[in-house]
Each structure stands twice: as C-alpha cells, then as structure tokens.
Design a protein around this ligand. Structure first.
Ligand code: PXP
Length: 240
C-alpha cells in the first residue's frame, strides 16, 4: 500500500507569535524544520482577519519551501487574487466564519456555487492542485466532482472528538470510510484533516484510499514537549 502523505499545518506557530506581537516563533523556521523532518507538504491558512498566518509569512514560506505549499483559503475575491499571484502548488478551499475559533465544518456547496466553479477553474488554469474541504457525505462529494476539483479533504473533526472523548466513534469512522471509497470510485484523490491526534490518525490510517493527512493544532502543541522533528517523525510512523 502506498504511504499516506503528511501535510504539516503551522498556523499555530503564528498564533503563538501573534499573541505577543513579536517576531518569534517564526513560521518560516517551523516550515523549514518540518520539511527537514519529513513533512510531505506544509499547510497554512491565510484567514481574512490574518489572526495567525499573514501575507508576509505566505510570501516568505512560498519562496523558500522545496516541498509543496498547501494554501488554505476562503472562496473570496481577495483570496483568489492572492492565490493567483503566489501560485502555490496546492490550494484547499475552506469555509470561513469570522467568529469561529477554527474551521467548524465542511464547505456548503450549495452556496456561491457558480463563484466556486469560477475560482476553481482559474486556480487550476494557474497550475495549482485544487481541493475542497467538505463533510463526509456522498452528495457533497458528487458536487465537488462536478465542480472539477482534483481532490477533496474530508473534515474529520467529529470523528476525532469522539475518539478523544473515548466515545463510540464507529459510525463516524464508517461514514468517513464510505466517503473515501466513494470519492476514489468517482476519480477524486481523498485527503483527511481536522482535529487529528496520534490516536485518531492511527485509527484513520487503516482506511484504504486516503492519500494525505493535514495536521496542525495537536502537532504544534505536542512539539512544545518533544520538538517538531520528533512529533513529525512519530506521525509519519503512525500513518505509514
Ligand atoms: N485541514 C483543513 C482544511 C483545516 O482547515 C485545518 C484547520 O486549519 C486542518 C486540516 C488542521 O486541523 P487541526 O489544526 O485541527 O489539525
């Protein structure tokens, strides 16, 4: 079986920096160290309010990275313009609400559908691989396919919470498994992300057909105790 790629999300290195308005810790330094430690790609989410990653982080990281940069953006004209200019190899379109603490659910694919179609077309024409962050349901996966994306990323937040709270996660896991199989069957590359820890990543890594995990909050938190290289190596071991 082909190994699952690990995308390391470094948004929360910027969260710590911004908490004090200093220049450290540096997201660029984290990106380079993650690259050296075996990350397959680096993910950053440029939010409308720039609460963590900012425009200059994007510019710097995009110019120095050797592995692919995965830029998460909301479907807005501002983000489209930025993404077209910096041409990251990977783009994931995510929903964004100003007041949410984190990305709470998958995209609503009934909303701004024609705009989504237009931006996906432009980003793909600009040579970025385009993914949509969606819930694990067949209807949304079909809609994503019709929008002509390269990949989908399944929101794993609910499953991970059940695992963390030691509750029954079987239904949620089966839902994700069915979604992955369905996505693969209709020709989409399928990724997974949100809320993943060592434990939930290990359970999910037995699901056939997932090509990429994107992991941030737990990974950056764990790095405080054992360092970024050790945390990345541990995740790589778990998901291989
Ligand atoms: N994938 C997507 C599309 C996300 O929006 C996020 C959160 O920014 C993640 C993965 C990573 O989630 P977490 O930080 O909980 O690991």
């Amino acid at each position: 079986m082909k190994k699952i790629r690990l995308g390391v999300n470094i948004d929360h290195v910027a969260t710590v920096r911004n908490a004090r308005g200093e220049k450290y810790p540096s997201p660029l330094r984290a990106a380079i160290l993650a690259q050296k430690s075996g990350a397959d790609s680096i993910t950053i989410h440029l939010r409308e309010d720039r609460r963590h990653i900012n425009d200059s982080d994007l510019k710097l990281i995009n110019s120095k990275l050797k592995i692919p940069l995965n830029l998460e953006i909301a479907a807005t004209n501002e983000m489209l313009k930025i993404a077209l200019k910096c041409k990251p190899p990977f783009i994931c379109i995510v929903p964004e609400k100003r007041k949410e603490i984190t990305t709470e659910g998958g995209l609503n694919l009934n909303f701004k559908k024609e705009f989504l179609r237009k931006i996906i077309y432009k980003l793909k024409k600009n040579k970025s691989r385009v993914s949509l962050f969606i819930e694990a349901n067949q209807l949304d996966i079909k809609k994503a396919k019709l929008l002509n994306v390269d990949c989908i990323e399944i929101h794993t937040g609910k499953f991970c919470r059940l695992v963390d709270e030691k509750k029954n996660y079987k239904n949620e896991l089966n839902k994700i498994k069915r979604a992955v199989a369905f996505g693969n069957n209709i020709g989409l590359e399928v990724h997974a992300g949100h809320g993943l820890t060592y434990k939930s990543a290990k359970i999910l890594s037995t699901t056939k057909g997932i090509k990429e995990f994107n992991i941030g909050h737990f990974l950056v938190g764990e790095s405080i105790f054992v360092g970024l290289p050790n945390t990345i190596k541990q995740f790589k071991k778990i998901i291989k």
